[in-house]
Structure formats: structure tokens, C-alpha cells
Design a protein around this ligand. Structure first.
Ligand SMILES: Cc1cc2nc3c(=O)[nH]c(=O)nc-3n(C[C@H](O)[C@H](O)[C@H](O)COP(=O)(O)OP(=O)(O)OC[C@H]3O[C@@H](n4cnc5c(N)ncnc54)[C@H](O)[C@@H]3O)c2cc1C
Ligand code: SF4
Length: 342
């Protein structure tokens, strides 16, 4: 499209996918990310569900597909701007300004801050972790408690900061159930004798291969699934974590001591994205994620023809969904700009 300039905010899987499409259609593309690395959250994961593919391989494929002509600005945050008919003006934290003909918002998500659920003791007790910290341990090839001991028992707690009206989050974060199952299996392989529990409200194994992974977790990997929510956690004198829960299938209270408690924290809009959306005149849903024009079709479109949304800035997504939506958003933007100029 005769050198029209598109800015993509976010170089996660969705932003990378969009940036692989647009230069091939003749656009000049600038991709901006506030982090110093490409790949967004994908760069923090180890093995992916459901098939345990290496995250590094997918990241390499996505970055290899980005043409050299894309100008990538890392370590720069988009903090403001304005959208007017046919034009986009953006302000960056370093005081720089960018003008463009089109914008793709691919700002992704942040994890719920587990400290907000004080009753689980994250940030207070040594051996309460988040699933993101467990991914980092897998990446380092070392699973140990904060006292450098090999854990003999581990419990996962589902729905931390999701489906929790007290925390102001009504929605399900979609990927944490399968992440909990996948991580439990990975732990079993490293710790054949450990007792591994998953405490859940109900299991949402919606994707291809997810339910099968859950079956394997029970039958082949001896992971114990307990339907019930942990009401509180406490720390014992040796640093292990005492958890109180109710098994809602048997209606019996349960008290258990584990070496590690892992909180499966939910997805929420990326920090700063609400303020940025307000400045750009973009609409938010009740869940605070960016709201597209339609939730069935038109899932990338905004009320501006030259601004589109991609990936988990519109709500929890899998990688597959983020990548597909990045590509689709790029095509939707192309179609809009083509109509505007013809
Ligand atoms: C623990 C965990 C494990 C997961 N494992 C899997 C898995 O195995 N398989 C799977 O399919 N999915 C998995 N997911 C989901 C997957 O991580 C997401 O679907 C994917 O990261 C979404 O990509 P994205 O590009 O939309 O957002 P992100 O990955 O969040 O990338 C967004 C990027 O935008 C940047 N950004 C945000 N705001 C600004 C700004 N104002 N200026 C500049 N840059 C900005 C951020 O720095 C970030 O790099 C997992 C999720 C979690 C929480
Ligand atoms: S995916 Fe599972 S753990 Fe995550 S919010 Fe939904 S039900 Fe809870």
C-alpha cells in the first residue's frame, strides 16, 4: 500500500504475527515494545500446552517471519496519543512522537498480582509461588523451595484472581487450568516421588488435546485432583505451607501441609493499557480489556477504521488465538485502509 505507515504496539505473539503480514502488503511497519526482548509472555514460558513444544522454537519461528524492513523499537513504551480521521499520533515515554496511517494495539495482558489475595500468603510466606515462577524454574532446570530443598509435596490452586467477584474479576482466564495440569505433569517427571495436588472449582479443558492431558495427568502421572477451594494458607516453622480447604465433592474439610503452594494467577489487562485506551478513545468492556466492535465477528475492529486490536489485549487467549488474531487484525486493517483510499 504505497508506503503507508502502520504502528504495532506490542511485540508479543500477536504483534509479531501482525508484523509478518503487513510489510508483504506494501506497508512501512514500526513495532514497539516496552520490554527489551521480543515475544511478550511467550519469552517467559518453557514448554507449551498441550503438546509440550518448546516455547523457544515457536518464538524463533515467529521472529524469523518478521521481515527485516520492520523497524523494531524495544525498551520504549507508548504512553499516549490521539486518533483522528485517517491519522494516528503516538507519544512514547522517551518523549518521542510517531505519526502513522494505521495502528494495531497488541498490548497483551499482565498476570493478576497474587499479593492481592492475602489469605494465600504470596509475598508473605516463603514457599508460595506463582505459575510464572514455576515456568522460570523449568527454564533454569531446577525445582526447589526457597530454602533450596527438593519439594516432596506441591499443591496448585486454580482461579487466583479469576472468577472471583471479591477481587473484582468475574471472567475465567481460560489458560490456567491447562497450565496447572501441564506443570503438574512436568513436575512429576522431575520429582517421581512427590505428592502433587490440583485444587480446582471446575476444570475448563476446552482446547484440542487439553482433556486428554488431564486424563493422562490422573492415569499416567498420578496427579491428585481435589474439587475445592483453599480458604487459607499458613506457614509452619520449617517453612512448609499449611493449607485449609474443603473437598466439595465429599463436603469434608481438609488440612494439608505441602512444601510448595503454586497459585495459578489469572490474566488482566496490561498495566497502563486502560489509560492509553482512554487517551486514544478506545472502548473498554466491563472486564477492562479492550472491546472490539463485535464479540463473534469483527473481533479486531474498533470504531476507527484505521485502528484494530490483536491478541490478549481483548481478553484471555491461547497462543494459537493470539497468533491467528494478529494475522487477522493485519488483514482487517489492510481491508479498511484499502477501502478508505479506493
Ligand atoms: C502461565 C501461562 C502459561 C501460558 N502457556 C501457554 C501455552 O503453553 N500455550 C498457549 O497457547 N498459551 C499459553 N499462554 C497464553 C499466552 O501467553 C498468550 O496467549 C500470549 O502471550 C498472548 O500474546 P499477546 O501478544 O496478545 O500478549 P503478550 O504476550 O502479553 O505481549 C504483549 C506485549 O505488549 C507489550 N506492551 C504492553 N503495553 C505496551 C505499551 N504501552 N507500549 C509498548 N509495549 C507494550 C508488552 O511488553 C508485551 O511484550 C500462557 C499464559 C500464562 C499466563
Ligand atoms: S482456566 Fe481454570 S483456573 Fe483459570 S480461571 Fe478458568 S477455571 Fe479458573
Amino acid at each position: 500500500m504505497d508506503g503507508k505507515h502502520i504502528v504495532i504496539v506490542g511485540a508479543g505473539p500477536a504483534g509479531l504475527a501482525a508484523s509478518s503480514v503487513l510489510p508483504r502488503l506494501g506497508y512501512r511497519v514500526t513495532m514497539i515494545d516496552r520490554s527489551n526482548t521480543l515475544g511478550g509472555h511467550l519469552s517467559k514460558w518453557y514448554q507449551l500446552f498441550p503438546d509440550r513444544a518448546a516455547a523457544t522454537v515457536l518464538l524463533e519461528q515467529l521472529t524469523d517471519e518478521v521481515p527485516d524492513s520492520v523497524s523494531t523499537m524495544l525498551g520504549r513504551e507508548v504512553t499516549g496519543g490521539s486518533v483522528s480521521s485517517g491519522a494516528v499520533e503516538l507519544t512514547l515515554d522517551h518523549g518521542e512522537h510517531l505519526s502513522a496511517n494505521g495502528l494495531i494495539m497488541a498490548t497483551g495482558f499482565d498476570l493478576f498480582d497474587a499479593r492481592r489475595k492475602e489469605e494465600y500468603g504470596y509475598g508473605i510466606y516463603d514457599n508460595v509461588f506463582t505459575q510464572a515462577e514455576i515456568e522460570e524454574m523449568f527454564r533454569q532446570g531446577q525445582i526447589e523451595t526457597r530454602h533450596h530443598r527438593k519439594p516432596r509435596s506441591i499443591a496448585f490452586l486454580h482461579c487466583v484472581g479469576s472468577r472471583d467477584l471479591k477481587a473484582g474479576v468475574a471472567y475465567c482466564s481460560k489458560v490456567c487450568c491447562v497450565t496447572g495440569v501441564k506443570q503438574a505433569i512436568e513436575l512429576r517427571e522431575l520429582l517421581p516421588d512427590a505428592a502433587i495436588y490440583n485444587f480446582y472449582m471446575d476444570l475448563r479443558m476446552f482446547g484440542r488435546g487439553f482433556e486428554e492431558l488431564y486424563q493422562q495427568a490422573q492415569e499416567r502421572y498420578n496427579i491428585r485432583f481435589v474439587r475445592g477451594r483453599i480458604s487459607e494458607a499458613a506457614e509452619s516453622s520449617d517453612g512448609s505451607v499449611i493449607i485449609k480447604a474443603e473437598d466439595t465433592l465429599t463436603s469434608r474439610p481438609l488440612k494439608l501441609t505441602v512444601d510448595m503452594l503454586v497459585l495459578l494467577t489469572g490474566m488482566q489487562p496490561a498495566a497502563g493499557s486502560l489509560e492509553l485506551a482512554a487517551k486514544l478513545g478506545l472502548v473498554l468492556g466491563d472486564d477492562s480489556f479492550l472491546k472490539p466492535y463485535g464479540l463473534t465477528q469483527q473481533t479486531f475492529k474498533t470504531s476507527y477504521p484505521h485502528v484494530v486490536l490483536a491478541g490478549s489485549c481483548t481478553g484471555p487467549t491461547t497462543l494459537t488465538e493470539a497468533i491467528l488474531s494478529g494475522r487477522s487484525a493485519a488483514m482487517a486493517l489492510h481491508e479498511s485502509l484499502f477501502k478508505l483510499t479506493n
